[in-house]
Design a protein around this ligand. Structure first.
Ligand SMILES: [Zn+2]
Ligand SMILES: [Zn+2]
Length: 117
């Protein structure tokens, strides 16, 4: 599995739905929940044969991986990347400042730069 865009994320996926929640690297606020339905064709069947169950598990695992990759791409668009440390942060944690010469940075980098580090 590829690394999550944010340092922290939660996988809340169930057999019916894939759900991933991404958290701001700076304030850890949950910022981007992404959900996709799991459509296997077996979903609404209550009794599955052993083979069907196995097939569903394989489809589920592969769809789960794809859903996770897509969720990461979506999260990347929703968040802001700090030009200094590369953290992915929410709109509340990103600073636009004249001193940064058109760059953007997260709150913690901004505070560090203000201290003259
Ligand atoms: Zn934040
Ligand atoms: Zn930063």
């Amino acid at each position: 599995m590829l690394n999550s865009v944010t340092k922290k994320f939660t996988d809340k996926s169930t057999i019916r739905q894939f759900e991933f929640v991404f958290y701001c690297d700076c304030c850890e606020k949950p910022v981007v929940p992404v959900t996709y339905d799991f459509i296997s064709g077996f979903k609404d069947k209550v009794f599955l044969t052993g083979d069907e169950r196995e097939a569903r598990a394989i489809i589920y695992a592969s769809d789960h991986k794809k859903a996770y990759e897509r969720a990461n791409i979506e999260a990347r668009f929703e968040l802001n990347k700090c030009d200094l440390c590369g953290d992915m942060v929410c709109d509340d944690c990103i600073i636009f400042d004249a001193d940064l010469n058109g760059k953007i940075c997260c709150k913690s980098c901004y505070e560090k730069s203000k201290k003259g580090e």
